[in-house]
Design a protein around this ligand. Sequence first.
Ligand code: GJV
Length: 419
Amino acid sequence: MQTEKEDEDDAAPEEYVALCDFTGSGSDQLSFSRADKVLVHAKPSSEWWWAELQAVRGYVPASYLHQGGAEEEEDTSLDDPWQDEEYFGSYGMLKLHLEMLSDKSRTEAYRQVILSNSASLNNKVVVDLGCGTGIISLFCAQLAQPSVVYAVEASSMAEYTKQLVKQNGCEDIVTVLQGRAEELELPEQVDVLVSEWMGNCLLFEFMVESVLSARDRWLREGGVIWPSSAALTLVPCQADSYYTEKMAFWERLYGLDFTPLQPLAQQEFFSKPKFSHLIEPGDCLAAPCDVVCLNMYTLQITDLEEIKGQFHFCVEKSGVFHGFTAWFTVHFKSLETGGATVELNTGPTSEPTHWKQTLFMLDRPVSVYAGDSISGTILLRRNPTWRRHMTVTLNWNINNSTEETDDCQVATKTFPMWR
Ligand code: GJV
């Protein structure tokens, strides 16, 4: 691999500085630490560069590097680590709102929360953070009698949300405020902070930061946050058809051996997680395990930089271990003492939601047997530069239960989401 690349070095290598630690997966990726100086020899794609560190060469993720020194002023792409123009631009159009509003499980869960708490919402002050088209605020006004709902929306959709509020006769209760929550003031403290902030793999987009900062500024002592807690769940799984479609495909084509393309396929299809995967309950090889639990009352913005979890699975049926699938569940605690908690579960045994599930493919499938154990850790590391992005690092080992092969395979893989 390394010698094949040597002919790419016609131009002088460029020096880059690592923005944070990175653990390479497989033998063709480099591992490095924050502030390491890396020599970039070639940029075969915008995401993976061919580079050198301490005389060792390998691929490095481009987004982890920045060009130190004088050239920095050239880099205007770093101006907005939140990419807000693009982010709020996309919420200014209908496509995403259509997707969210079509998601019955999601929307009905919020409706159910309002409905089952309608008595307690009487005369309460509510803020709906990132209200979009205002559906949750409208539910509040329609199903309960809060004194006011502040519907906060940064995108240009807010203009239409105002019209929707009027059109539905809710203008006495719902006040739409256009702007980024972080830059807005509310005229009063709120009793209830409601938001639908969850992204893929729960945290992607990191809108949760806006919720936490609104909590600290706006929520009165003893106020309620909806959702009140969130959990990320993981399961080892088979993903036979996806594996066949993207990897086994290259085994034999038209009577020819195409396997030299498999390393490329691995890089292209399996190095990032697959969003919008729907796992069949039967593809789970073990009982799912909650790896991260977030308490929305105590969680701090700084906690988001690195979130760690652990798992221990007992393989329940023999099969091919292709990867891990993740999803989340959120809980809305009742305003009434003893009232029922509402849950929105995006896992394989619930109605599919627009989040679907997130699949993390291993580099190589592993056969596992009933009784084996798969244990390890998950680390969600927020991208130090691109604040809406993160990487997910999975570490696992498989312990074979049969006595004659007492082997233990240890592996690790880091998945950028997306940078
Ligand atoms: N301030 C105001 N509106 C926001 C903010 C913010 N800080 N962040 C996101 N939004 N569940 N992953 C808006 C955004 O424009 C969009 O309409 C909605 O909140 C996102 C809701 C769904 N995204 C999610």
